[in-house]
Design a protein around this ligand. Sequence first.
Ligand code: SAM
Length: 330
Amino acid sequence: MNTDFCQEHKPVLLSEVIAFLNPGPGKRYIDATVGGGGHTCAILSRGGEVLGIDQDPYSIETAQRRLISCPGVFASRYRLVLANFSKIAQIAQEFGPPFVDGILFDLGFASFQIDDPSRGLSFLKDGPLDMRLDPSLGVTASDLVNSLPEKELARLFWEYGDEPNSRAIAKRIIAQRAKKPFSTTGELAEAVGGKHQRIHPATKVFQALRIAVNSEFENLKKGLGDARELLKPGGRIAVITFHSGEDRIVKETFKSWEKQGLVRIVTKKVVVPEEKEVEENPRARSGKLRVIEKVTLTASSRTRSGNYKDRFRVRHGMTLNNDQEPICKV
Ligand SMILES: C[S@@+](CC[C@H](N)C(=O)[O-])C[C@H]1O[C@@H](n2cnc3c(N)ncnc32)[C@H](O)[C@@H]1O
C-alpha cells in the first residue's frame, strides 16, 4: 500500500520504526505520543490497530484530521485519547487493548507546537513564556523564571539543559526580573544573551525549562515502566529521543531490564536518521531510536510466576476472564 501520505507531518525515523515494530493486520499498538499522527497513520495503513495518546488537545485534533484523510485507514482500528502517557496503564485498561505488540514513544514536541508562538516553546518567535504541552498544567515557564531562587535556576539549566554557563545566566535572570518580571520568550532569549555559534545561545535554557514545566523526565520513567507491563511476550517498545537527558534515561532503563532478563535490547547500537532524512527534515538531526523486545517466557518461568496476563492483573487490580484478550474497541 502506498503510504506517501504519511510523510506529510514528517515523522522522524519512520521507516526504521515501522521496520522494528513490523505492524500488520490483527496486531495492536499504542502510540504514546500521537502528535500529528504520522507514525500512527503508517501503522494503521499496514493493517495494525492503534490506541493513540497525547497530552495536547491540539495534537489530538491534528492527528484526528490527519487520520480521517489517510486512505485505507478505518476509524474502527484506532482510538485517540487525550492524556499523559504516565497514565498509560490506566488508559490501556480503560480503552484497551491491555496487551499489545508494540508501543512507540516519539518524545518532545511536534513542529506545529514549536511553530505556534502562543505555546511559548520557541526562542525564535516572540510569545508568552508558557511552554506547557498540556495547557491544563498549573505552572508555566514564566512562573519558574520569575520565582525560583538563583541557585535553583542554575541547577535547572545545568541538570536539564547541560548549559555550561548556567550560573551566569541565572544571575542575569535574577538581576533582570528585579526590574521587570519576564513575560515573553523574547525577553528571556535576550537575557540569556551569548554569541550565536552552532546552536542558538538560548537553546539549552529553553530545553531545560520545557523539561521542568512538563515534568518530562518523571513522566518518561513512569510511562516506560508501565509500558513494559503492557507488552505481549515478543512485543516491542521503540523510543525516539531528541536530547541527551532523555536518551540517558531510556538507555539506562533498557540496560537494567536486560540485566534482569526481562527484555532483549534489539538496537545494540542506537539508530540515527540517515543523512537524506536530516537534509529533508533538519529537526530529525538529533533523533535517536532505541528498541527493546519483551522476552518470551519459557515454560518453567511461566509455572514459577504465572503468565503475563496474571501478573498484569495482580499489579493493576484488573479483572479479566481467562480467555479475554481485549482488543482496541472504538
Ligand atoms: C514528536 S511529537 C510526536 C509526533 C508523531 N510521532 C507524529 O508522527 O506526528 C511528540 C508529541 O508527544 C506529545 N507528548 C510529549 N510528552 C507527552 C506525555 N508525557 N504524554 C502524552 N503526550 C506527550 C506532545 O504533545 C507531542 O504531540
